[in-house]
Design a protein around this ligand. Structure first.
Ligand code: NAD
Length: 547
C-alpha cells in the first residue's frame, strides 16, 4: 500500500447485523410489480458473459449457453470459457491484488460487503432474484430467501463475526503487549460453487475475501447468470479489481491448474461429495509443491431424514414432508429425502401428504401461482428419472412419478413407499423431488433410530417429529452424529444465517458452518506479536547469584 495512506485512528464498529426481511410478493404489492417487470426484460435479453480477471472482461470466443431449465430452448445468455492460460492469468491477478487488499484495514473490506448487501436489498434485488428465478428455476419465494435474504445475511453477519474474531486478543501486562494479527492466507483461495444457491456462490468467494484473501471463483455452469450479475454487483460496491476473479469453464481443467499451484492457500467448495473427495485427493498428491498447507473447506452431499414417533402431530409432519422434500424441486442439500413413520399414524400421514402433493402446481416460476418449477438440467432430469423408474419397479409410488422433459425439465413431486429399510432410494442422494418413506412397527422406535443413523454415509440435516419429550431426548441422543443441523418438530430445510449455522459432518463436509465465525477462522492465519517494553539487559537469572 502506498505510504500516502494514513491509518484510520478510531475504533470503527460494524453495524449490528439484522436478518433481512423476506418480502411477500403478494398480489398488489409494489415488489411484485417491480420483479415481474424485471423478469420480463431479462427473459427478452441474451447476456454476453465474459471472464472477469483483474477487473478486465475477457471474451475467449469458446462459449456455452445459459438456458431456462423450465423452457430449455430459451437462451438467457452466453458465457465464455477459460483456457489454461486464463486460469494462470487469474492466479496472477489475485496475487497482484492481494498486497493492497490484505493490507487494508478490515473495516474497509467489510464496508465493501456491507455496501454490496445494501445494494442487493434495494436497486439490485430484482436483478439477482430474476436471474435466479429464470436461470435456476426458482419460484419467487425460493429466490427471495436465497439470492436476496440469505446472501445479504451472509454479508452482514460475516462482517459482524469477523469483527468478533479480530476482537479476540491474548493477555498482556505492563511489561509486554501481546497481540494477535488475523492475516489473510499467503496465496489465493479457490472458490467452487454449486448451482443450487446463488447465496452460496456469493459466500464462497466473499467470506475469504472479507478476511483479506483474494480469490479465483469458478461458478457452476448451470447458475451462470446470477453468478455473473454478482460480479457486476461487487464492482458496483467498490470491490477492487482482482480481489475476486470470475473464471467459468471446464472444472477439471481449471482445478488441474489451480490445485497444483504453489500459491494455493485454500479451497472453499460446496457441491457433491465425489467432486470434493477428488479435489482433496489431488491436493494430497500435490502436498510437496505448496508454500503453505492449503485450508480445505467443503460442504457436500446429504441424505436428509425425517423420523416420526407415534406421538407426532400428523398435520405438522405431513407439511414438513411436503415443504421439506419438494420446495425448489428437492434440490436443496438439506431437502428431506427419506422419512420414517410408525404404522399407527402412517395411514393419516400418507393421506394428508398425498392430498397436498395432488394440489401442488408446477411450471414456469414467472407464474407466481406455481409452488415448484423445473430441475436444473438434463443430467439431473435423467438421473432423478432413473431413481423414479427404480422405485416403480421395486417399491410403491404413492404420488407423482411423472417426468416430462419436453419444454422444461419437469419432475412431479414423488412419494414412494418401501418396506425395505436398506432400499437404494433410502440410501443414495437423489437431489430431486423424490421422498421415500419407510413404515416401521411402533415397537421398533429405538431400532429405527439406529437404522436412520446407519443408513447413509451423510450427516447433513435431519428432523424428529414427536410430542412425547422422551422420544425427542432419545432421538437427539441416538442421532447425535447423524446431522449437523438437527430439527425438532420442524422441516430440515430453511436454515437462516445467524440463527441455525449450517453444515454437516461425515460425508456431508468439513462442517465449518457457512456464515459463522467457525468458517471465517479458516481464512486467516494468525500472527502472534509479543512486544517487550523493558527487555532484560543481563543474561543471568537471580537464582544464579551467590548465597
Ligand atoms: P457438483 O459437485 O456437480 O458441482 C459443484 C461445483 O463443482 C460446480 O461448480 C462444478 O462445476 C464443480 N466441479 C465439477 N467437477 C469438478 C472437478 N473435477 N473439479 C473441480 N470442480 C468441479 O454439485 P452441484 O450439482 O452443483 O450441486 C449439488 C450438490 O451440492 C449436491 O450434492 C448437494 O448436496 C451439494 N450441496 C451441499 C451443500 C451443503 O451446504 N452441504 C449446499 C449446496 C449444495
Amino acid at each position: 500500500m502506498s505510504s500516502n495512506f494514513a491509518t484510520f485512528n478510531g475504533r470503527r464498529r460494524v453495524p449490528p447485523p439484522v436478518n433481512e426481511t423476506i418480502k411477500s410478493y403478494a398480489p398488489g404489492s409494489p415488489e411484485r410489480a417491480s420483479l415481474k417487470a424485471r423478469l420480463k426484460t431479462m427473459a427478452a435479453e441474451t447476456v454476453d458473459m465474459p471472464l472477469i480477471i483483474g477487473g478486465q472482461e475477457i471474451r475467449t470466443g469458446d462459449t456455452a449457453t445459459s438456458v431456462m431449465p423450465h423452457d430449455h430452448k430459451h437462451v438467457l445468455g452466453t458465457y465464455h470459457k477459460a483456457t489454461e492460460q486464463h486460469v494462470a492469468q487469474a492466479i496472477a491477478a489475485a496475487a497482484a491484488a492481494r498486497a493492497e487488499w490484505s493490507g487494508w484495514a478490515f473495516e474497509d473490506r467489510a464496508a465493501v460487503m456491507l455496501k454490496a448487501a445494501e445494494l442487493l436489498t434495494t436497486t439490485w434485488r430484482d436483478t439477482i432474484n430474476a436471474a435466479t428465478m429464470l436461470g435456476q428455476s426458482k419460484t419467487v419465494f425460493q429466490a427471495e430467501i436465497d439470492a436476496a435474504a440469505e446472501l445479504v445475511d451472509f454479508w452482514r453477519f460475516n462482517a459482524h463475526y469477523a469483527q468478533e474474531l479480530l476482537d479476540e486478543q491474548p493477555l498482556s501486562d505492563h511489561t509486554m503487549w501481546n497481540q494477535l494479527e488475523y492475516r489473510g492466507l499467503e496465496g489465493f483461495v479457490y472458490a467452487v460453487s454449486p448451482f443450487n444457491f446463488t447465496s452460496i456462490g456469493g459466500n464462497l468467494a466473499t467470506a475469504p475475501a472479507l478476511m483479506g484473501n483474494t480469490v479465483v471463483w469458478k461458478p457452476a455452469s448451470s447458475a451462470m447468470l446470477s453468478a455473473y450479475y454478482l460480479m457486476k454487483l461487487y464492482e458496483a460496491a467498490g470491490m477492487p479489481p482482482g480481489v475476486i476473479n470470475f473464471v467459468p469453464g471446464d472444472p477439471a481443467m481449471i482445478s488441474k491448474v489451480l490445485l497444483s499451484h504453489r500459491d494455493l492457500a485454500g479451497v472453499h467448495f460446496t457441491g457433491s461429495t465425489e467432486v470434493f473427495n477428488n479435489m482433496w485427493k489431488t491436493i494430497g498428491a500435490s502436498m510437496s509443491s505448496y508454500r503453505s498447507y492449503p485450508r480445505i473447506v467443503g460442504e457436500t452431499g446429504g441424505k436428509d431424514f425425517i423420523v416420526a414417533h407415534a406421538s407426532a402431530d400428523v398435520d405438522a409432519l405431513a407439511v414438513a414432508m411436503v415443504r421439506g422434500a419438494f420446495e425448489f424441486q428437492g434440490q436443496k442439500c438439506s431437502a428431506a429425502s427419506r422419512v420414517y413413520v410408525p404404522k399407527s399414524i402412517w395411514g393419516a400421514v400418507r393421506d394428508r401428504a398425498v392430498a397436498m402433493i395432488g394440489e401442488i402446481k408446477m411450471g414456469d416460476p414467472a407464474d407466481f401461482r406455481n409452488f415448484m418449477a423445473a430441475v436444473i438440467d438434463k443430467r439431473a432430469f435423467d438421473k432423478i428419472g432413473g431413481y423414479i423408474e427404480h422405485g416403480r419397479g421395486n417399491a410403491k409410488i404413492l404420488a407423482g412419478g411423472k417426468v416430462d422433459g419436453g419444454t422444461g425439465y419437469f419432475i412431479s413431486p414423488t412419494l414412494i413407499e418401501t418396506t425395505d429399510p436398506g432400499y437404494k432410494l433410502l440410501c443414495e442422494e437423489i437431489f430431486g423431488p423424490v421422498l421415500t418413506a419407510h413404515v416401521y412397527d411402533d415397537a421398533k422406535w429405538e431400532e429405527t433410530l439406529t437404522i436412520v443413523d446407519a443408513t447413509s454415509p451423510y450427516a447433513l440435516t435431519g428432523a424428529v417429529f414427536a410430542q412425547d419429550r422422551r422420544a425427542v431426548v432419545h432421538a437427539m441422543s441416538a442421532l447425535r452424529h447423524a446431522a449437523g443441523n438437527f430439527y425438532v418438530n420442524d422441516k430440515p430445510t430453511g436454515a437462516v444465517v445467524g440463527q441455525q449455522p449450517f453444515g454437516g459432518a461425515r460425508a456431508s463436509g468439513t462442517n465449518d458452518k457457512a456464515g459463522s465465525k467457525l468458517n471465517l477462522t479458516r481464512w486467516v492465519s494468525a500472527r502472534t506479536v509479543k512486544e517487550n517494553f523493558n527487555p532484560p539487559t543481563d543474561y543471568r537469572y537471580p537464582f544464579m547469584n551467590e548465597e
